[in-house]
Design a protein. Structure first.
Length: 70
């Protein structure tokens, strides 16, 4: 839940580094493209992994409670 008790319904994730040596997101075993924002359901969070790369990376995660993004 968020600060006022609303259930999180989806997440927005971002990988801001396109370097081939950088990390990447995988959702349900499928690698997501770099330098993109994408959304997943709260149920898919358990099937989402970040794999670190050899260089530094810019990564962002936001949560949505049905009303507003964090």
């Amino acid at each position: 839940t968020d600060a006022d008790g609303d259930t999180i319904t989806k997440y927005r994730l971002w990988d801001g580094t396109s370097d081939a040596s950088s990390g990447y997101w995988k959702v349900n075993g499928v690698e997501k493209a770099a330098s993109q924002t994408f959304e997943i359901t709260a149920a898919d969070l358990a099937n989402t992994v970040w794999t670190a790369g050899a260089v530094s990376d810019a990564v962002s995660v936001q949560a949505f409670d049905g009303v507003a993004w964090s």
